[in-house]
Design a protein around this ligand. Structure first.
Ligand code: HEM
Ligand code: HEM
Length: 148
């Protein structure tokens, strides 16, 4: 979560480098650090996402509350899966643009960052809905893990 927030807050560096390179200019040297941080943090996101997906398949996730309507379970499952897919597609499209110079991949990358943002808004709205309106334990169990 913090790494993803970091990407949104610091993408300016790689964006400036990218636009300069696309116009055939050298990448601005004062943006080098931010540019490489974007790539490094993106790589960490990839590792974290792969690790989480692996754990999800091998250990599963805590069940939703017993009284949760089926349609809400489906929505939550869907939003989680969309987030995972985006957390994989973003680094892939970013790397395709940066390392292989594929312009369209850069466009896809920028587009997908907006889709991820929308998914995160839904995700946080869902967590708050659980906490404030349904008054379930779902949000708090994220911060206070249940004993196994
Ligand atoms: C989850 C991981 C990542 C997130 C959330 C993310 C987020 C972003 C954001 C918000 C932008 C600005 C897009 C805009 O123009 O509006 C951006 C641009 C860019 N990112 Fe990433 N990024 C991630 C991973 C990566 C990785 C791993 C690479 C390269 C190896 C990369 C390469 C780029 C490039 C080249 C741009 C400029 C392209 C453009 O603006 O069209 N990104 N990224
Ligand atoms: C204020 C911010 C956030 C809050 C309050 C929050 C809250 C939650 C809650 C309550 C769960 C469900 C836990 C459960 O079912 O026991 C969850 C799961 C999850 N969160 Fe967040 N979240 C936040 C930000 C984010 C961000 C920024 C991302 C990714 C970009 C993210 C990705 C995920 C994913 C992928 C899951 C599903 C885990 C799984 O079932 O495999 N969350 N979050």
């Amino acid at each position: 979560m913090f790494l993803v927030a970091f990407q949104y807050l610091t993408h300016k560096g790689i964006e400036l480098s990218w636009t300069a390179l696309a116009r055939g200019n050298p990448a601005p040297s004062d943006q080098t650090v931010l540019t490489y941080l974007h790539i490094a943090a993106g790589a960490l996101v990839t590792i974290a996402a792969v690790a989480r997906i692996y754990l999800r398949f091998t250990r599963g996730v805590p069940p939703p509350p017993q009284d949760e309507p089926h349609v809400m379970q489906l929505i939550s499952e869907l939003v989680h899966r969309v987030i995972y897919v985006l957390l994989l597609l973003l680094p892939v499209s970013g790397a395709a643009a940066w390392f292989f110079g594929i312009d369209q991949a850069g466009l896809v990358h920028a587009l997908l960052t907006n889709v991820l943002l929308a998914a995160i808004v839904l995700h946080i709205a869902g967590a708050l809905f659980q906490h404030l309106i349904r008054r379930s334990q779902v949000m708090m169990r994220m911060f206070r893990p249940e004993r196994l």
